[in-house]
Write a protein that binds this ligand. Structure first.
Ligand code: SAM
Length: 251
């Protein structure tokens, strides 16, 4: 199953190096509280980070007073989140291994005020059916009026103009380089190179921004708003990442 490639790609070794790639301090500075402020503005309390990775957002949000559940389809990632949370003395409400498509079997309907699926995670899904099933499950576990945030690379720019990056917002670690080594309409392969010569790869589906918004809309989300590199007004030819915010209708 192409949708499951990520489970092989996030090896224990790569997971142990993820924090060096994202650079917690640089990323915190670059985000400048964007997600915390968004969730506060909409009075969210119970938040699930459903692509927790090593726990960057789950831990930051829990430290900021949100009641955070951390999930991920990769057991290696969930373990690392738990280790990081313990090392930072941060209490998570819950942590589980869960695929997006089964969130509605793991959690009761209307469980969360917000779901965050960040760091270009949703682009690990290769089949449209799996994307739709995941968004359906996400909608079910959200409370009416709740919101989902999905962010992804600006694949429109990558596909139409080739790759360039300011490396300003997401992969902030020193001595690590992230860039695509293969770009096709149906697949982009990224290479992550470390100073010691080690290289790791992730295979992603290049989600175009309008297509992602349409999928959200088809699933029943409303008031979909896009940001570019955390700004509500942005030049699509310039930004590296797109953040999509979508709401579960109240009735
Ligand atoms: N959000 C974290 C960050 O920004 O550092 C991690 C981002 S990482 C690129 C993508 C994450 O999505 C990985 O931890 C991976 O295991 C998870 N993932 C990929 N496909 C998934 C699926 N179908 N269900 C649940 N998690 C999945």
């Amino acid at each position: 199953m192409q949708n499951e490639i990520y489970k092989r790609e996030y090896t224990k070794e790569f997971v142990s190096r993820w924090d060096a790639l994202i650079g917690w301090d640089g990323r915190t500075e670059a985000e400048n509280g964007f997600f915390e402020n968004l969730l506060k503005r909409h009075n969210c309390k119970k938040v699930a980070d459903i692509a927790t990775g090593t726990g960057f957002h789950a831990i930051k949000l829990a430290g900021g007073g949100f009641e955070v559940t951390a999930t991920d389809g990769s057991a290696n990632m969930v373990r690392k989140t738990e280790e990081n949370a313990a090392a930072m003395d941060i209490a998570l409400a819950d942590s589980r291994v869960a695929e997006w498509g089964e969130l509605d079997q793991v959690f009761a309907p209307n469980s969360f005020d917000a779901l965050v699926c960040l760091g270009n995670a949703f682009t690990h899904l290769f089949e449209e059916k799996a994307r739709r099933q995941s968004l359906d499950a996400m909608l079910k576990v959200l409370k009416p009026g709740g919101l989902a945030v999905i962010d992804h690379r600006n694949y429109d720019k990558i596909l139409d103009q080739g790759y360039s990056s300011k490396h300003q917002f997401y992969y902030c670690g020193n001595g690590v380089d992230a860039r695509p080594v293969k770009i096709q309409n149906d697949m982009v392969r990224f290479e992550y190179s470390y100073e010691d010569g080690n290289k790791f790869h992730l295979t992603m589906f290049p989600l175009r921004q309008h297509y992602m918004s349409k999928l959200l809309e088809d699933a029943g989300f409303s008031n979909i708003k896009r940001y570019g590199d955390f700004s509500p007004s942005f030049d699509g030819d310039e930004v590296d990442f797109i953040q999509q915010v979508a709401f579960k209708p109240r009735n």
